[in-house]
Design a protein around this ligand. Structure first.
Ligand SMILES: *[C@@H]1O[C@H](CO)[C@@H](O)[C@H](O)[C@H]1NC(C)=O
Ligand SMILES: *[C@@H]1O[C@H](CO)[C@@H](O)[C@H](O)[C@H]1NC(C)=O
Ligand SMILES: *[C@@H]1O[C@H](CO)[C@@H](O)[C@H](O)[C@H]1NC(C)=O
Ligand SMILES: [Zn+2]
Length: 406
């Protein structure tokens, strides 16, 4: 089981540590053994591993009180959020699909075509061979990489990284000068409301990543509505606005999941796969799970940058802020590596050309956004690395179920 300190590690991403160069990274690779914090507060790469010592707790650099003005003009001020357990489903557990709230949100599906696609056993190809044989017709992303035109999978401009962090907020959520999209877990939103407000106020984009981090293709329509609806409600309760995008945990979405998300006004955002089937997963979660070293992870990321340089678009990458380890890897190594290689780093909505006000429902001005449903879209490229995604799915499930124990 993972030993996770509740210490807060807030690393301010300054111009100085944004330019950590190759030399610095190589130097720190040699520094073996116990975690040694560098001047910027990030441990040496070789020491970033499961069981590493925790960083020095640093409190949130800035907190915001109810009534603080929002970062987007026309958005409501920061609401007063008082956590009351009776108001919310149990943390990290699938919410009741028959609650009055869910029955109300189910009405949002009225008038939308929700394909009648059977549920999968556990979101993997291996456990549902019949569904896997039909993955292309289902548009199943985590089993073969099938996408639809309504998915966001890349940033349009070459050499542009649409940065995102999944699974938070957590005590380790980074604070930095570049903008990113945070795909947040509803139960953690109400546990760390101040962190979410700080992300929003700093100009980051907030989007939905479900309530209990479940495989959505395994869930009934009402269960999917419950996962998305409660997370959307939690975000609105804490920052005052409703997001317009979601990322399915494990990338596990098919045309039914897509249609439900779109009917609820949430555009699915995945991470990039190259035409040859290389999925842009930083593997940071493997380091947090003890399956990979920090150095190996850094090398994986260099391959991603190498592949990204060959694309005629920009790209999105899977990266997490749930664990101190994954935040250290991002702040100390992967983000500086991308900046040094002259990639442009932006939140995904921003790189996609959405003005900040169009990231949230209450401030959105474009009446053709969000999309009405996914039924008119066409199939696009499949890839062949379902073996890789399977491994990821199992391993990530392990990491998260370990985390959930605390
Ligand atoms: C494959 O999936 C499509 C889309 O859901 C469905 O229409 C079709 O009946 C499925 N085919 C089989 C053999 O299951
Ligand atoms: C692309 O990624 C693959 C798999 O990680 C790697 O073997 C290959 O070297 C990468 N290509 C470039 C140009 O970096
Ligand atoms: C509104 O959003 C749609 C979908 O993203 C886009 O195609 C269209 O150009 C946007 N229109 C305006 C006026 O921004
Ligand atoms: Zn996740």
């Amino acid at each position: 089981m993972l030993v996770i300190s509740l210490a807060t590690l807030f690393v301010t991403f300054t111009a100085t540590n944004a330019h950590l160069d190759e030399k610095h990274v190589h130097a720190t690779k040699a520094a073996n053994g116990a975690a040694t914090l560098t001047a910027s507060g990030v441990p040496a790469l070789a020491s970033i591993t499961l069981g590493m010592a925790s960083g020095t707790p640093v409190p949130l650099s800035k907190t915001f009180t109810p009534g603080a003005s929002a970062p987007i003009s026309a958005a409501t001020t920061i609401p007063t959020f008082v956590f009351s357990p009776g108001d919310w489903p149990a943390a990290d557990k699938p919410p009741d699909p028959t609650s009055p709230e869910v029955l109300e949100w189910m009405k949002e599906l009225d008038g939308h075509h929700i394909p009648d696609i059977s549920t999968t056993v556990d979101g993997t190809c291996a456990s549902s061979p019949e569904a896997a044989a039909n993955a292309s017709a289902r548009g199943w992303w985590s089993c073969g990489g099938y996408t639809r035109d309504t998915d966001i999978t890349v940033c349009p401009d070459p050499k542009t990284w649409g940065v995102s962090f999944d699974d938070g907020p957590s005590p380790y959520t980074p604070s930095k000068d570049i903008s990113a999209t945070f795909f947040v877990v509803g139960s953690r939103v109400i546990s760390y409301p101040q962190t979410l407000v700080a992300e929003y106020e700093a100009g980051h984009e907030i989007a939905v990543h479900t309530w209990s981090h479940t495989h959505l293709t395994t869930q009934s329509n009402a269960q999917i509505v419950a996962e998305l609806g409660w997370t959307r409600k939690a975000i609105k309760a804490v920052i005052g606005v409703t997001p317009l995008a979601m990322r399915p945990p494990f990338g596990d979405a098919d045309d039914r999941v897509r249609a439900i998300a779109l009917a609820m006004g949430l555009v699915p955002i995945q991470w990039t796969r190259t035409p040859a089937g290389v999925a842009f997963d930083t593997n940071d979660w493997k380091v947090a799970g003890g399956m990979m070293t920090g150095v190996e992870q850094y090398n994986t990321f260099q391959s991603i940058l190498g592949n990204a340089s060959t694309l005629d678009t920009g790209f999105c990458v899977l990266q997490h802020d749930l664990f101190e380890i994954t935040v250290d890897l991002a702040i100390g190594y992967t983000i500086p590596a991308a900046l040094n290689a002259n990639f442009k780093l932006e939140a995904i909505g921003k790189c996609s050309g959405f003005p900040a006000r169009n990231i949230y429902r209450e401030t959105m001005t474009n009446t053709t956004f969000p999309y009405k449903d996914g039924s008119s879209s066409s199939s696009s490229g499949a890839s062949t690395n379902s073996g890789l995604s399977l491994l990821c799915v199992f391993a990530l499930a392990f990491v998260l179920s370990s985390a959930i124990r605390w």
